[in-house]
Design a protein around this ligand. Structure first.
Ligand code: NAD
Ligand code: 13P
Length: 381
């Protein structure tokens, strides 16, 4: 029997942490997977700090390619510093090389880059490859709103599920315990060319549990792809609100109120626009719902930058640039995209918290939160 070949598309903070998990499991389950995992890297040069424990002046005194550093040091020194990656990860700057013979594709890039990356992959992926999106965001166009699992699936002509949970990447990479949710429910009747050839093991919930579950990373598999994707995307808007509250020093009770209301708006959004598939229990019972909301409103980057925005009066984009070292916030663009979608339908008033977060991000209205959130979005519930 043939073995599945896994490729990771993306190598940021979470991309690298997920590559570590996957590579540990491809090594652990050699009957199911080929050991080597290719990880696509958006190439850049990087000057290794001389404080790095394996700094070698003869090699590192000038900026070198990030892929070269990752492969030499088994560490993503820019986006996941201090974490040793398994040596069976092979970083490559060539996206077509990364995906060309992979039967399982794991997408893990900031959501704003997905469409362009799919354009580069198109025609190079196996028609029967299966994918999992670890991306937290939504795509809004004049036609409406799409989940990234759907965007990837549609553009590449393959089926794509979703993985999302309370998963701060640095904690997962340090092997601190966390849970995650994987949703995978391919339609029964798929075109012949998309069927996995019989020589490969079938790809199902058990396959993804084998690929992602670790003693420190517990996986639950469900079928609600919309709920899993929306939980991850929408909680980033709420995490910004929680950051504003902490920046103002309004206290834990106020933050809990924001989280409660945020969860209600997440669930309402899912039920209103993805009614066919989205389940309430995904938001209230799974890691990708309430648990991710809690962790992100305390330890996430959106929360941290929003808190600093209020404390300093700077624009959040400036803070992102100053403190994240190339990592990307997802909540700011998601707040804007969700607002555009709601505005087109005259539904901003139905989601007062999402609407208030978007307004607060625009500099003109930032004084509202700096002075006190006069139109308290929690009043509506
Ligand atoms: P990140 O925030 O670390 O972003 C940096 C990555 O973006 C780098 O790999 C960089 O090379 C790449 N990049 C920069 N410019 C690019 C371009 N023009 N084209 C393509 N790539 C470019 O990324 P991340 O943390 O891996 O996040 C990926 C997804 O995972 C996001 O949707 C995020 O919400 C989600 N997520 C993140 C975490 C976390 O704790 N970091 C946890 C769970 C989920
Ligand atoms: P941030 O992007 O706000 O850091 O959120 C990380 C996350 O999604 C944790 O589950």
């Amino acid at each position: 029997q043939k073995k599945h070949k896994v490729a990771i598309v993306g190598s940021g903070n979470w991309g690298s942490a997920i590559a570590k998990i996957v590579a540990e499991n491809t090594k652990h389950y050699p009957d199911v997977f080929q050991e080597e995992v290719k990880m696509w890297v958006f190439e850049e040069t990087y000057l290794l700090p001389s404080s790095h424990p394996r700094y070698d002046f003869s090699k590192h005194s000038q900026p070198v390619k990030l892929t070269q550093l990752i492969n030499e040091l088994n560490e993503n020194v820019k986006y996941l510093p201090g974490i040793r990656l398994p040596s069976n990860i092979l970083a490559t700057p060539d996206i077509t090389d990364a995906v060309k013979d992979a039967t399982i594709l794991v997408f893990n890039v900031p959501h704003q880059f997905v469409s362009k990356i799919c354009d580069q992959i198109l025609g190079h992926n196996l028609p029967y490859a299966k994918a999992i999106s670890c991306i937290k965001g939504v795509e809004v166009s004049s036609e409406g709103i799409s989940l990234f699992s759907d965007v990837i699936g549609r553009r590449l002509g393959i089926y794509c599920g979703a993985l999302s949970g309370a998963n701060i990447a640095n904690e997962v990479a340090q092997e601190k315990f966390s849970e995650t949710t994987i949703a995978y429910q391919p339609p029964k009747d798929i075109p012949k060319e998309q069927e996995m050839p019989k020589e490969y093991p079938p790809v199902d919930h058990a396959t993804f549990k084998t690929l992602f579950h670790r003693p420190y990373f517990h996986v639950r598999c469900i079928s609600d792809v919309a709920g899993v994707s929306l939980g991850g995307a929408l909680k980033n808007i709420v995490a910004l609100a929680a950051g504003f509250v902490d920046g103002r020093g309004w206290g834990d009770n106020a933050k809990a109120a924001i989280m409660r209301v945020g969860l209600l708006e997440m669930r309402k959004f899912g039920k209103m626009f993805f009614a066919d598939t989205c389940r309430t229990s995904t938001f209230t019972e799974e890691s990708c719902g309430v648990a991710d909301l809690i962790t992100s409103c305390n330890g996430g980057r959106n929360h941290k930058c929003a808190k600093m925005m209020v404390a300093t009066g700077k624009k959040i984009e400036e803070i992102e640039e100053e403190v994240l070292n190339g990592q990307k916030l997802q909540g700011t663009s998601t707040a804007k995209e969700v607002n555009e979608f709601l505005k087109m339908r005259g539904l901003e008033g139905e989601f007062p918290l999402f609407t208030a977060v978007y307004s607060t991000l625009t500099p003109i209205l930032m004084h509202i939160v700096r002075g006190g959130w006069s139109a308290n979005p929690c009043r509506h519930y």
